[in-house]
Design a protein around this ligand. Structure first.
Ligand code: CTP
Ligand code: MG
Length: 176
């Protein structure tokens, strides 16, 4: 049981900058969409109004600063050795960019399938950013299988819980 908790904490700790990069735009995004309102050749929006410059700005810096703070905590004496992963600037940058890329690719795919902005695409909505983050971070540190599996299992739960809270406090128009 304790081992399971340690793996979950370690997994969330590792992917945390990606969570922030994905979550912060929800609260601080909005404004001009990065596709400038343009349609793709299929007649649907390239990305939609849910992908904005402001969202990317806050997502990027939120992820970077979160990772930087985690690096600081790791360097403190007494930091639990069980949570130590080969952490560094490369990982923080790749997790953050991977998270934003995963999210934007998912929106692109959703629009091509005719799914409108904000309409749900189960699993894709919950995992796009984590998969993007893991794939890019793997250039430096491919996570062990138990961390990979834990992230894929735990993230949808955290994502759905986070979004339903955002919906309830009025910063998101759909609960998913
Ligand atoms: N957001 C943003 N800029 C981004 C990403 C997100 O402004 N780069 C904001 C938007 O207000 C968006 C909200 O965060 O509506 C939630 O993000 P997400 O769930 O990714 O977008 P959806 O509106 O659900 O759109 P999509 O169908 O394209 O996923
Ligand atoms: Mg969405």
């Amino acid at each position: 049981m304790l081992e399971l908790i340690i793996i979950i904490v370690k997994s969330v700790w590792f992917i945390f900058p990606a969570y922030i990069a994905n979550g912060l735009p929800l609260a601080l995004g909005g404004g001009t969409p990065v596709d400038f309102g343009k349609n793709f050749i299929d007649g649907y929006r390239v990305l939609g109004d849910g992908k904005t410059f402001r969202g990317f700005f806050f997502g990027f810096w939120g992820g970077i600063l979160t990772g930087r703070f985690q690096m600081f905590l790791i360097s403190r004496p007494g930091f639990p050795s069980g949570l130590k992963i080969p952490w560094g600037w490369e990982i923080v940058l790749l997790l953050t960019i991977g998270s934003l890329l995963g999210d934007v690719i998912a929106s692109f795919i959703k629009r091509r399938l005719g799914i409108e902005r904000g309409q749900s695409a189960p699993l894709l909505d919950q995992l796009d950013f984590s998969i993007g983050a893991i794939l890019l971070a793997s250039i430096f540190w491919p996570p062990p299988i138990e961390i990979l599996v834990t992230i894929l299992l735990v993230t949808p739960i955290i994502h759905l819980a986070g979004n339903s809270i955002a919906y309830r406090v009025g910063i998101k128009s759909e609960p998913h």
